[in-house]
Design a protein around this ligand. Sequence first.
Ligand SMILES: [Zn+2]
Length: 317
Amino acid sequence: MKKLAALNINFDSMAECLKLSGIPVKITEIKDPSFFEIADRFFNIANQLGVKLTIYIIAQDLLNKDNFKQVRKWAESGHEIGNHTFSHPQNLAELGKKEISKEIKQAHNIIGDCIGYAPKGFISPAWSYSPVQAEILTELHYDYDTSLFSSFLMPLVQLKLRLQSQVNKQTIPVIRKDLYGSLFGSRQPYFVSKERPWSNHTKIGNLIMLPLPMTKCRIPIWHSMSFIFSKKQYEKALNSALDTSDCFYYLMHPADLVDPSTDCNQLSPAIKNIERFNIPLTQKLEHLTTALKIISKKCTFVTMSELANRQRKSLNA
Ligand SMILES: [Zn+2]
């Protein structure tokens, strides 16, 4: 029998990418192609595969009424919409409890209003993770969190984010409070609580952690990595993560399918600084279809909530 897998998008919009480049953006006025042309490319691929996507939204993007209408449509057509905080602070876990709570709850309410039901899944910006988060998500009856990046490569990923960001670099610490989780956290799904945030806990609630899939040697696998490895290396790593992870999902970003020649002509030229922006769309499409072909050989696609429910059953068994 094939494994289950989900296809996820951390919806870091073009507006968010501009903000990271230090460009002030008026969310209510910007025409953000990530909610239109770019999203449609992901939906075309999903339709061809007969898959519903799971999309984690930065709630402040929904203050724009065109974005709001689009996300409502996506939810109505059966795609799962999750919570990716209100304003996408890269240092979420370093903030105080009050601020973390505000980021998660404000997003919870805005996204809930948009899609007509309470979101059930969460991922933090830059996989920033803290016990406080577990407490708040439990309080809001979330089914799952996918914020754990249990790999020694976390400081390198942080360093890269910090070098790329044009905004206050202090908000992207290289050594973070949650380093313990990156080094010693579980690689497989587990029941999570604020007392045991990094590994399995005797079940006290509903919340489960679905860590980012890894290869046998703890190389994290998400689509951005396909632009770093050679094609052959990446195929090998992806297959290893598929075989190693009890709960496999494939994480993508809008930047993975930006067309540099047409999509962002109305936006500030600073958008060209975002990672892999200048790679032609044909090449980006080839990367994604190659990866999805490998995954679909071994897996049947479901949404993250379905994947989490299946995991919960097997953890309870
Ligand atoms: Zn993000």
